[in-house]
Design a protein around this ligand. Structure first.
Ligand code: SAH
Ligand code: SF4
Length: 417
């Protein structure tokens, strides 16, 4: 079936960020990519390889944004690098703190597009929710991000940049170099031997979820390259077991995600019949439930130690009946899926068509699934007061009036027939 163009991937703009001053941003580049740039700039191949390795370590392990303190680089090399390269960060437009400790940052790209990232502190972990696109083309009916008109893929630098910024903000780089970066004086930042001087507020970034704005599998290469950098042992060194990629069900990319990235998989299922899923997750019209669950069963990482998480947003009167819960269990058993279900209370946003199921309904749904031996915890909404909860992300510049949202909803349903 032909689906209107909005569910197809958007074009990818660029990988290396050219800057107005002619310098190249190294953020988001792998060690071999940095090496290639150094060769282009005139270094011989052996020297370039060595310097690239050193740079990678300074950038991603120490979090440096300046070449001057790179003590293992020849003195003359440092200004040479600074003339040609920068180590950037996404621009922070706004930082908000929720009453429950959740933080949200509004970020802006060089070409003036806004996207968001969210940090969710818990007792035993700190999770960064990372965006993969500005906006999203998929228009799930319950998701605020899906109402954004502008969509562009984030570059690897913009994706890794979110992790770097979170570490900056949490003061989580070794050797306390953040302290000197924050007060903008680098006089004391060139000593690599200083005792660690963490300024962390006790919450450490331990986990990453690709659950911010956008569909990560529609920006596959950039998400893969960014996560490879995040997982690289010479840099940020986050284990793949601590990273989860959430997809709304881009079936043809799931096998590649497993082979080339290998992180945990979360699937936004949200409904157990095609009639309902077609309505709330329009991508279902392209890849229906059976096809999606078959792809989940084939996801090679999936065994009992690494279960697939099914996300299920609780929408009043839409997908939340006892029968829905039983059908969910039946489907998971039919496909023999090592699965866990995450029940997400619907987070409201201005102009949304749905309401959240009642707490009793959600508990009942959960107990049916649990009763069948499948874990089905209810996710506690976090950061609702600052619109940082699941599905509430949308850049401020894009927040629309009610009338405008209604008109867009009409256009959308006309386009979908
Ligand atoms: N695009 C990817 C990842 C980002 S969304 C995906 O859809 O999987 C992260 C999760 O939040 C998804 O499961 C999504 O369906 C859910 N979500 C979207 N809008 C929501 C809302 N208003 N309330 C609760 N969850 C929502
Ligand atoms: Fe896009 Fe995910 Fe929102 Fe659907 S739920 S519109 S896929 S971000």
């Amino acid at each position: 079936m032909q689906i209107p163009g909005h569910i197809d991937p958007v074009p990818i703009p660029r990988t290396v960020t050219p800057r107005a001053d002619g310098r190249t941003d190294l953020l988001g580049l792998s060690s071999p990519q940095i090496g290639d740039l150094l060769v282009e700039a005139g270094l011989d191949v052996r020297q370039a390889k060595l310097r690239a390795k050193q740079l990678f370590h300074w950038i991603y392990h120490h979090g440096l944004t300046d070449f001057a303190p790179m003590t293992d680089m020849a003195k003359a090399m440092r200004p040479w690098l600074a003339e040609r390269f920068v180590i950037g960060r996404p621009q922070v437009i706004e930082a908000q703190l929720s009453t429950d400790g959740t933080r949200k940052w509004l970020l802006r790209s060089d070409d003036g597009q806004d996207y968001e990232m969210v940090f969710i502190p818990d007792d035993d972990r700190g999770t960064l929710c990372v965006s993969s696109q500005v906006g999203c083309t998929l228009n799930c009916r319950f998701c605020f991000t899906g109402t954004m008109r502008l969509v562009r893929n984030l570059t690897p630098g913009e994706i890794v940049g979110q992790v770097m910024l979170a570490r900056d903000a949490l003061g989580e780089w070794p050797n306390g170099n953040m302290a000197s970066q924050l007060d903008d004086s680098d006089d004391n930042s060139d000593s690599d031997d200083e005792a660690p001087e963490y300024t962390a507020d006790g919450r450490m970034l331990t986990n990453i979820v690709m659950m911010g704005m956008g569909e990560p599998l529609y920006n596959f290469e950039h998400v893969r390259d960014a996560l490879k950098i995040v997982m690289d042992g010479a840099g940020l060194a986050l284990s793949k077991r601590r990273i989860t990629l959430s997809t709304s069900g881009v079936v043809p990319m799931m096998a590649r995600a497993s082979e080339e990235i290998g992180v945990n998989l979360a699937v936004s299922l949200h409904a157990v019949t095609n009639a309902v899923r077609d309505e709330i997750v329009p991508l279902n019209r392209k890849y229906a439930i059976d096809e999606l669950l078959a792809a989940c069963a084939a996801y090679p990482g999936a065994n009992n130690a690494r279960r697939i998480t099914f996300e299920y947003v609780m929408l009043k009167g839409k997908n939340d009946s006892d029968e829905d819960a039983r059908e969910l269990v039946r489907l998971i058993n039919q496909y023999k899926l090592p699965a866990k279900v995450n029940l997400i209370p619907f987070n409201p946003w201005p102009g949304a068509d749905y309401e959240c199921s009642s707490p009793e309904r959600i508990r009942r749904f959960s107990s049916i699934v649990f009763g069948a031996g499948i874990s089905a915890p209810i996710r506690t909404p976090r950061g609702r007061d600052i619109m940082a909860a699941c599905g509430q992300l949308k850049s401020a510049s894009e927040r629309k009036s009610r009338a405008e949202l209604d008109r867009m909803a009409e256009e959308k349903s006309a386009a979908l027939g």
